[in-house]
Design a protein around this ligand. Sequence first.
Ligand code: ADP
Ligand code: MG
Length: 698
Amino acid sequence: MQNDFFETRIELLRNVGPQRGQLLNTELQIFTFGDLIQYYPFRYEDRTQFHYISDLTEDMEYAQIKGRLRTFEKVGEGFKQRLTGTFTDGTGSMELTWFQGITWLEKHLRMGAEYVLFGKPSFFQGRPQMQHPELELLNGTNEKGGYYQPVYSVTEKLRKKYIESKQIALMQRALLEKAYPLIRENLPTFLLQKYRLVAKRDAIYNIHLPHSDQWLHQARRRLKFEELFYNQLRLIKQKVLRRVDYEGQIFKSAALLKIFYDEYLPFPLTNAQKRVIKEIFADMRMGRQMNRLLQGDVGSGKTIVAFICMLLAIDNGAQACLMAPTEILADQHYQGLKEFAELLGIRIEKLTGSTKKKARALIHEGLLDGSVKIIVGTHALLEDIVQFQNLGLCVIDEQHRFGVAQRAKLWEKNKYMHPHILVMTATPIPRTLAMTLYGDLDVSVIDELPKGRKPIKTVHRYDSHRLNVFGFMRDEIQKGRQVYVVYPLIEESEKLDYKDLMDGYESIVRAFPEYQVSIVHGKMKPADKDFEMQRFVKAETQIMVATTVIEVGVNVPNASVMVIESAEKFGLAQLHQLRGRVGRGAEQSFCILMTDFKLSKDSRTRIETMVRTTDGFEIADVDLQLRGPGDISGTQQSGIIDLQIADLAKDGEILKVARECAQAILEADPNLSAEEHSMIREQIDSLKTNQSNWSRIS
Ligand code: ADP
Ligand code: MG
């Protein structure tokens, strides 16, 4: 009965109807009453008090004033046309100006009438004024003030059809009158009490129509807790379930591994590398399937860790695969691992989109009969035709380019017993985010760089100093080093970016006639890209001009200078990744961030952060603060983060509590079969079956 109510189609709501209903469907994905009621405001205007004109100050975000519209008139012609008016409240007068909607305003405004005015005050020659204020005729509801006006985001198209935030607010009000008593609690009483949370229906009511500051705060806290609690519960439950359900191959013997350790290890492992290897080995010996995330900053040495883990699998009669997001990366991994593998007499192959048909068939065969022990590749590995004799370990590099579905596909490559999975990422993920994103993975972190690395020196230079920068590049090249010059590539203005890149390339060719310059960008054929890349790797060229295609994983130890053009256009995570391309050899490396003189506040923060620190986790934290979590590399595509109200950048505390709470409950009652957990169980089940999610609230 109640469920039916929330599934009612939105056009049946008072004052909505088919046309506006259709718009809500297409513009905001609001189809039902349940969808609307879960469409929360993104901010609130404080309409609790009235201000006087004489009390206005420049730093006020908004002011609400009761007064009279004395006069208004149209002035100017054409583009300059505007509507100006005079507004008084007995303490002073101010000028109002509108540049848009003039015809409509002229028709509807009433000279001499009393209004409630709302807007941001500013000052001109000491006199208060407002541009585009909202005016509402004084009436029984607004004259008392004392409320918060919710602000809903609407699209341009909705605005054109006169569905603005205000109209959404009216719809919410109409809906809540009926819905309020039907909203069911979905957190058990013991939790509400323990964490002092308000009831679901009061939270929903107050999120739309807050009674007070206090209520609003409580409503948000309650809804955030609920969201994060169920998010964590689900993730942890998956993890617990997997533990019970999926057996894993047990890898115990380590003959080859010992040979490698004793005779061929090219450098002593860092303590962090040793620690994560121990963690991974423990998983692979336990008899349950491993799903582990290996985080390690660029250059921290994840590849050798992966190889050592592969050896353990091979030592126990299994095969291993390594999947990389691009052809170039796959090739680099292949070249690196081949050196080790050959020392030990292990057959290793590479499989990518460009592998020739004949070679491909041989590889398929070798994988099936078990003679190929290690296969390195791209998405090509996922094809159904790729079958193994006994796949024991899958390593996935740079996880954020692969989705969960692809992980699952690899998993199915061994039908008898799922392979262990090790996901490697160089994107440092702040703890709060890692918990949410990878709640279903165990996490190992390499938090130490190999010894002897000199920290990269990072500086910020304005475009006007380009000649100096060229001079510096020349000095370094004369010392035998190589240089990257990277240009941004932003899809919306691809043409412009491309022009920048080409202009930059030409000016560099002109400035460095004595050196060879490579160029690599997204419009080139993969084979050409590869060719240029290889020339640079072999040091046949000294300067590599590129777009961000070189962002991930490429390793050229002799390249020690990274110049990033228009650095303000890059996100922090990307800047950090790019910088990680240098500092791989023994030489002192440099990163030069080039920008325009004019920088936004956020851009400045990003540049300053890069100059200040090379710590990936610190950078990730700043990134999270600046951008919010939705945007952090790949999380968007992954679709795992689907939070409506909680904000991972700000709600770390609530997340922590919610997670601990979920953990404690599942530890005590893994199947949620206890009577007191029945409500939680139902909620989880309904989340599982219900795509449109309205059931969260009923
Ligand atoms: P990433 O974690 O970014 O994938 P790599 O595995 O490519 O890093 O390692 C970066 C470089 O550091 C490689 O040249 C590798 O040989 C080297 N390296 C890895 N571990 C160590 C170590 N313990 N000591 C010295 N050099 C190391
Ligand atoms: Mg790597």
